[in-house]
Design a protein around this ligand. Structure first.
Ligand code: BES
Ligand code: MN
Ligand code: ZN
Length: 465
């Protein structure tokens, strides 16, 4: 992994002046005539993310003005690393932000800088141009910036890597590398061992692929610390199975392990920060492939919990593998259980790419996560576990169907399906997320994306640390 675009110090670093739009006039009026004239000539207005290079007489860059807009946009610095000329910069002044908020602004400048510098260039034969580098501002929360940035970068790399190189084996290897780095223990259950160790649903979905399905189970921390368990959907490629997806729907399905990638990135942060929890990460890693031994529509799949699943649609595979993973998680009654999954297109139709859909029967937990999301620039939106829709996934043949025939309330019925495999005593949250930025935004380049990490980290920290 390339280092973050942050350095300790650089005597020649170019100073940055960050300024809100309302303060710009006052500030400009206090400057020398040449500066006033330049700001007018270039039309700099201080809107969020706007840049104005300030020249010296000799034609070199003296400093850079950066707009903060109304001061509320935490992504204001999200394009700086890629749009400033290559070089090193330092935060010099923050104008228009109250003193008490300056640390937070600086922290967000540093984090947005890192996240906006990201490029996935593993497969480029020519390395991409270097990002501009920032001197660590004095006032930032370094642990937060490093933890959040490395977590998101790991998640993005895992998602962006094509399925050919990020199959169930490679995803498991990524978990093992993480475990080695932080002193965690990983247990892998692979192929037919899934049957003998009672993970029949994971096996059924993954058995048609050339790379064998496997269950990743990572444990870290003191045995008597509060138990936090993260479960992530690890469908390394989702062809749809025999209910094959049309090409437009299949095109980006390398990202269908986005939930697994999200919880692995989050685990990296939690372990790096040494939060006082006993962390467990469970990722059922499979490819939903097509072959003679693929699971079929109409099949009945047994599960770890005993509940039988009728396969209404092989493309509703995520909930099937999560059934076994969630049942396993609940066997030790964790103090908090969160699953992340690129589970339904319906959640995206409802909320678009930016807002993970949050489901939980626990109102306090929902409020804590939604609030942490707002505080940490990581929003989500709650949808209901509406019990009245449980009948939509009734099965005439088995205990439950993996897809409703009506297609209505698809994100909700998927969440209700998962709920069946979670014990009533376990505080549980399900996040149906996209794992992807479809368009380029400040701090969020197109491609794999880590949603919900900062919000979840904050809730775990507040509850248990
Ligand atoms: N991985 C997809 C869901 C998905 C699709 C997430 C596109 C993000 C973008 C999932 O496995 C799936 O195919 N779900 C089906 C379920 C249906 C068959 C009941 C869906 O949402 O259409
Ligand atoms: Mn699918
Ligand atoms: Zn899927």
């Amino acid at each position: 992994m390339s280092p973050l675009p942050l350095v300790e110090s650089d005597d020649n670093a170019i100073p940055l002046t960050l300024i809100t739009d309302v303060k710009l006039d006052d500030w400009r009026n206090a400057q020398a005539d040449a500066v006033k004239a330049w700001l007018s000539a270039t039309g700099f207005s201080g809107k969020a993310g706007e840049i104005c290079l300030m020249p010296r007489d000799d034609g070199t860059v003296a400093s850079v003005m950066v707009g903060l807009g109304d001061g509320e946009d935490k992504w204001a610095a999200g394009r700086l690393a890629r749009s400033l000329p290559e070089g090193t910069y330092r935060l010099d002044q923050i104008v228009g932000v109250q003193d008490k908020d300056k640390n937070q602004t600086a922290t967000w400048v540093a984090l947005a800088w890192c996240l906006g510098a990201y490029r996935f260039d593993r497969y480029k034969t020519e390395p991409s141009s270097l990002a501009a580098v920032l001197v660590w501002p004095d006032e930032v929360d370094r642990g937060y910036v490093e933890g959040a940035a490395e977590a998101a970068i790991l998640t993005r790399d895992l998602i962006n890597t094509p399925a050919e190189d990020m199959g169930p084996d490679a995803l498991a290897a990524a978990a093992e590398a993480l475990a080695t780095e932080h002193g965690a223990v990983v247990k892998l259950t692979i192929g037919d061992d899934l049957l003998s160790e009672n993970y029949p649903a994971i096996h059924a979905v993954g058995r048609a692929a050339d790379v064998a399905p496997r269950l990743i189970d990572m444990v870290w921390g003191e045995a008597d610390a509060p138990k936090v368990t993260l479960v992530g959907k690890g469908v390394c490629f989702d062809s749809g199975g025999l209910d094959i997806k049309p090409s437009s729907g299949m095109r980006w399905m390398k990202k269908d392990m986005g939930g697994g990638a999200t919880v692995l990135g989050l685990a990296d942060w939690i372990m790096r920060a040494k939060l006082p929890v006993r962390l467990r990460v469970i990722v059922p890693a499979v490819e939903n492939a097509i072959a003679g031994n693929a699971f079929r529509p109409g099949d009945v799949v047994p599960t770890r919990k005993g509940t039988t699943i009728e396969v209404g649609n092989t493309d509703a595979e995520g909930r099937v593998v999560l059934a076994d993973a969630l049942a396993l998680a609940c066997e030790e009654s964790p103090d908090l259980l969160i699953d992340c999954a690129t589970l339904t297109g319906a959640a995206r139709v409802a909320l678009g790419p930016e807002l993970p859909a949050l489901f939980t029967p626990d109102d306090d937990l929902a409020d804590e996560l939604l609030d942490a999301g707002l505080q940490n620039n990581d929003p989500m939106w709650r949808l209901p576990l509406w019990a009245g829709y449980r009948r939509l996934i009734d099965s005439k043949v088995a205990d439950i169907s993996n897809s409703g025939e009506s297609g209505l309330a698809g994100a909700i019925t998927a969440a209700l399906f998962l709920k069946t495999f979670v014990g009533d005593e376990t505080p549980w949250v399900h996040l149906d997320l996209f794992g992807w930025n479809p368009d380029d935004k400040p701090g969020r380049p197109t491609g794999g994306e880590a949603y919900a990490q900062r919000a979840i980290f904050e809730v775990i920290r507040k509850r248990f640390a």
